[in-house]
Design a protein around this ligand. Sequence first.
Ligand SMILES: [Zn+2]
Length: 276
Amino acid sequence: MSESAGYRGRLAPSPTGHLHLGHARTFWTAQERAESAGGTLILRNDDLDGPRCRPEFVAAMFEDLRWFGLRWSEGPDVGGPHAPYDQSQRMPRYAEAFERLRAGGFIYPCTCSRQDVLRALTAPHQGEEEPVYPGHCRGAATARERAGVNWRFRIADGASVEFFDGHFGPQCSIAGLDFGDFLVWRKDDFPSYQLACTVDDAEMQITEVVRGADLITSTFRQLLLYRALGWPAPAFFHCPLVNDEHGQRLAKRHAALSLRTLRALGRTSDDLRAGW
Ligand SMILES: [Zn+2]
């Protein structure tokens, strides 16, 4: 980590659908923060989500981002010192982090199915991306193949994880209560989002992560990964989510508010930003 100088931010879209106004707004904030700090903005293609990531969405993603006025100085299309910028091409880095976590005793293999985990729950958490795992397999031997089993991070029950969010202020989560032993490596032999994101943000020397507020819960897990891997964590700035006219959070299924649809309707990026 020698070349680090100044602010480095990133846009990290996932090509599982077309970008919508909510993404654009978050990315615009990321760009403004990088610009106002005189820093660098990079584009990373978070394309690890196997069959849901499609080549046509990658092409559309570049086009939509540029149309909206976003510019980056490192990325899959322009290269840079931390290439490759496509997560699907960065597997050796994730595997290395996995081995470090395994060697340090931070993770263990879990043979529970999703059904097993759900059955063991007393109070399912609304809105969490994964159920709080009750820790059945914590004592499992770690001498096994990486593939074919889920690997989980062993949290310290009751420990509080805290960070200061650049937008929302102080954040706190209690391990074992708000989230459980979380997935680090999947049995289909891919890293979890949490691990891939942490590895890439660290290796790409990101100094501030700007992303949607739906990922605040991920940040607590990622902070534990930074700690376990012995890496400094970046700052975090989570953006409020954009809702549709019914108060529902925008998602990729809201085709009507995709950037492509809005552009086809003659809207311009300037007029879309006018109300912000
Ligand atoms: Zn288990």
